[in-house]
Ligand binder design. Structure first.
Ligand code: HEC
Length: 114
């Protein structure tokens, strides 16, 4: 996994995942705190997951929970997975140094639940 992939994934993570899962030095959004089951703080649990498992979870969402399935492309999902694998131990400064994404990268057209 290249650093370019991780950086691209960081942008997507901040746009799509941070509000529920938080990040180094970033707490999840107020509205997400009321959700049950509670979203795990990913920087703490990400080391338990392999990149392909993160990819799978992000692709399908966690069924029967609040976690939606997203509509990014496979390449984008791998970037996110690459980034999530770097989260454990990442400092606040490193996390903050990744670019924020203002572009909306989520396309919902192919992620409607069956
Ligand atoms: C709407 C809120 C929400 C968003 C957005 C969200 N998640 Fe989740 N996620 C959850 C919840 C809730 C769980 C826990 C499900 C459970 O325990 O049943 C979860 C669980 C996970 C897990 C499993 C962690 C564990 O140890 O149980 C991973 C990995 C994960 N999410 C990755 C991601 C990634 C990557 C993104 C961005 C592409 C993302 N999530 C976006 C709500 C969200």
């Amino acid at each position: 996994m290249t650093d370019a992939m991780v950086a691209a994934g960081a942008k997507r993570y901040k746009a799509m995942c941070q509000h529920c899962h938080g990040g180094p030095g970033v707490r999840k959004s107020e509205w997400a705190k009321g959700m049950l089951p509670q979203q795990p703080h990913l920087p703490e649990v990400a080391s338990e997951w392999k990149a392909n498992e993160v990819y799978w979870l992000a692709k399908h969402g966690v069924r029967m929970s609040g976690m939606p399935a997203f509509g990014p492309t496979d390449d984008q999902l791998w970037e996110i997975a690459a980034f999530v694998k770097r989260l454990p131990g990442m400092t606040q400064d490193t996390y903050a140094s990744f670019e924020n994404s203002s572009e909306v990268t989520v396309s919902m057209d192919r992620s409607l639940p069956e």
